[in-house]
Ligand binder design. Structure first.
Ligand code: SIN
Length: 203
């Protein structure tokens, strides 16, 4: 098994690495926590779907997207989670059968690895679950930038799954629908809409 340590850079496609790190088929039905497109695009079967939160992680548009909302030549910007001790990240949890992880592993192959986390549901219940996180050591990671710059980047990017703009606006709308306010997402959305307002229109 190849592990990634210290100065090693993970490849852009983490599918093979992840397959070696755990065995989804050895698990019974499991919770997976979605905090990005997994909130609003559930293109997989699930047994149950519940709003949930996880602690210690902040949602950030710091991950490059080579395969969904951008291309390897012009990556888009999508969300990942960054460790922050006091942060709480709101999202959607799905109870899925192990075979679903094959689909999710493929969908999230551009830098994301599965990680165990504790989910907190609205009614005070808790459960162990998995979450896809793209760490700073993956080759597609872009890291922080001012929110206005991130909005500019998103406005210009698109890929096989559609425009990066739609990813941002759909995520912002999905969070509003959940009754959640994420200042980072809302701030970038506001910059993007302001940029569009300022853009010259065709006569
Ligand atoms: C997620 O939604 O949980 C992962 C990031 C994404 O696919 O947007």
């Amino acid at each position: 098994m190849r592990a990634f340590h210290g100065h090693d850079t993970m490849p852009t496609d983490t599918l093979a690495a992840r397959r070696n790190t755990d065995r989804p088929d050895a698990l019974a039905a499991a919770w997976v926590f979605g905090y990005g497109s997994l909130i609003y695009k559930a293109d997989f079967p699930y047994l149950e779907r519940r709003p949930a939160r996880i602690r210690g992680w902040a949602r950030r548009f710091w991950q490059g997207s080579h395969d969904h909302r951008g291309t390897p030549q012009a990556p888009g910007r999508v969300v990942t989670l960054v460790a922050e001790p006091d942060a709480v990240c709101a999202g959607m949890a799905y109870l899925v059968t192990p075979d679903v992880f094959r689909h999710l592993d493929h969908r999230e192959k551009n830098g994301y690895l599965r990680q165990a986390t504790e989910l907190c549901f609205g009614d005070g219940g808790r459960a162990q679950g998995l979450v896809y996180i793209a760490g700073a050591d993956n080759a597609a990671f872009l890291g922080p930038a001012p929110e206005r710059e991130i909005a500019r980047h998103i406005a210009a990017a698109s890929g096989p799954s559609g425009s990066n703009r739609d990813y941002l606006l759909q995520l912002a709308a999905a969070l509003r629908e959940l009754g959640e306010h994420d200042p980072h997402v809302a701030g970038i959305e506001a910059h993007l809409l302001a940029l569009e307002d300022d853009a010259p229109r065709a006569p």
